[in-house]
Design a binder for this molecule. Structure first.
Ligand code: NAD
Ligand code: UGA
Length: 426
């Protein structure tokens, strides 16, 4: 099938790579010239395990091309995936400008049938609005189909998640495009959830809200565990064995970050308020998350009351491991607060290299801790699970370790001479 994917970000590139690998012919377009120039050379501008190999292979066998000629590629392809960004605006609502610009481009030039598949995360009602944009421009309803096909991949495992999804959600206005979707995803085996356009949008928002709720729930439990000297990991294990609860997304830590959970919970709250619904639970989930860094900064200050002029090392800058994405990273938010307290920040991340005037970035974990007074593990990269703690202790001036992701064995660090602080972890 001939498919145009609009937007070459985390979702667009993964969609383009996977669908080209399934045998389709994909034109992936983006307005970012620098990004497309890199991709044409087979260089992937984001860190996503396995992506570069699939992209190189499919550029070579002519199943995947990259271009900045958005309008031209829209004209040439009968199937169009929209995967552009929908970042939060000041008021919490998602910025739909990028999606609507693309929709305008399609509606203004449409002469043959197009199946337009919206993968970008958009608030309830947006796909109906998109449908109406076509009607208002007098486009014949027989000439286009709008499909809401939200994406559930996680950064760091995007390729695997897209190849092996739990489900394919298809929101439609009429039944015909379901077969088109089944043909596109012929090699991807998953149950189909077919619903209305708005139903699909709600499934996506509700999924992210529920996952964020699990995280804030366990983080609140961790605070209580801290007070009662109980290990939250034991509690999570006990909770997770109940199949009604499940073991995933019960890792306590510095809170959730990334380009999606914070944005989508804000977006859902905004959408609810527009209809005079005040979502108490979802608001609390966000409040718990917003407070998490302050609570564990306070725990650090119980060990080092005065952070001014102290050397603090932070391991991990990305919002989660196996990605270079720092959008709404808990680590960066924590660093900003430490800088406000007057601390000098040394940082190391296996992938992210920050160009920040106030953060001294190092090229390895051991170098980053030299002469430091305290060390904070902010992202759970595997590398930090295999550290030689005696070597770290020899390099550091101080002995404080705040394990913001509960990935270190407290017995090992204590044995090396450290004062260990965890998140609901003894
Ligand atoms: P991103 O910021 O990485 O990429 C978006 C891309 O779209 C950018 O490269 C940008 O240049 C391009 N773009 C913007 N306007 C354009 C236009 N008019 N024409 C062509 N290209 C244009 O975004 P992302 O992380 O891939 O997210 C995309 C959407 O998917 C968002 O709505 C997000 O909520 C959703 N989503 C993201 C993830 C994730 O893990 N990142 C997972 C599921 C869903
Ligand atoms: C999340 C969802 O998991 C995807 O299904 C969804 O498609 C995506 O958002 C999206 O809509 O963009 P992602 O943000 O890539 O994916 O990463 P997650 O693995 O969900 O982690 C999000 C944040 O939660 C990270 O900061 C992570 O450290 C934190 N987290 C996760 C915890 O603090 N505890 C956990 O138990 C799990």
């Amino acid at each position: 099938m001939n498919i145009c994917v609009i937007g070459a970000g985390y979702v667009g590139l993964t969609t383009a790579a996977v669908l080209s690998d399934c045998g389709h012919y994909i034109d992936c377009v983006d307005i970012n010239h620098e990004r497309i120039a890199m991709l044409k050379k087979g260089v992937v501008p984001i860190f996503e395990p396995g992506l570069e190999e699939i992209i190189s292979k499919n550029i070579e066998n002519n199943h995947l091309t990259f271009s900045t000629k958005v309008k031209e590629k829209i004209d040439e392809n009968p199937i169009i995936f929209i995967t552009v960004g929908t970042p939060s605006l000041e008021d919490g609502s998602p910025n739909l400008t990028y999606v609507k610009l693309v929709v305008d481009d399609i509606a203004n030039s449409i002469t043959s049938h197009k199946t337009i598949i919206i993968k970008s995360t958009v608030p309830p009602g947006t796909n109906e609005e998109i449908y109406n944009m076509f009607i208002e421009k007098d486009v014949d309803p027989e000439l286009f189909d709008i499909v809401s096909n939200p994406e559930f991949l996680r950064e760091g495992s995007a390729v695997k998640d897209m190849l092996e999804p739990d489900k394919v959600v298809v929101g439609i206005k009429r039944p015909e495009p379901v077969q088109v979707m089944q043909k596109i995803y012929q090699q991807i085996h998953a149950p189909y959830i077919v619903t209305s356009l708005t139903g699909a949008e709600m499934i996506k928002y509700a999924s992210n809200a529920f996952l964020a709720t699990k995280i804030s729930f366990i983080n609140e439990i961790a605070r209580i565990c801290d007070a009662y000297e109980v290990n939250v990991s034991d509690v999570a294990l006990g909770l997770g064995t109940d199949p009604r609860i499940g073991p995933l997304f019960l890792r306590a830590g510095l809170g959730y970050g990334g380009s999606c959970f914070p944005k989508d919970l804000q977006g859902l709250t905004y959408a609810a308020k527009k209809k005079n619904i005040h979502p108490e639970l979802i608001t609390s989930v966000q409040n718990v998350n917003d407070m998490q860094i302050d609570i564990y900064l306070k725990k650090l200050k119980s060990a080092i009351p005065e952070l001014k002029e102290k050397q603090v090392t932070v391991w991990g800058l990305s919002f989660k491991p196996d990605t270079d994405d720092t959008r709404y990273s808990a680590s960066i938010r924590l660093i900003e607060k430490l800088l406000e307290e007057g601390a000098t920040i040394h940082a190391y991340d296996p992938v992210v290299k920050l160009d920040h005037p106030e953060i001294i970035c190092h090229s390895n974990a051991y170098e980053a801790v030299k002469q430091s007074d305290a060390l904070i593990v902010a992202t759970e990269w595997n590398e930090f699970k295999e550290i030689n703690w005696l070597k770290v202790k020899e390099s550091m001036d101080g002995n404080i370790v705040l394990d913001g992701r509960n990935i270190i064995d407290p017995r090992i660090v204590r044995h090396a001479g450290f004062h260990y602080l965890g998140v609901g972890q003894l």
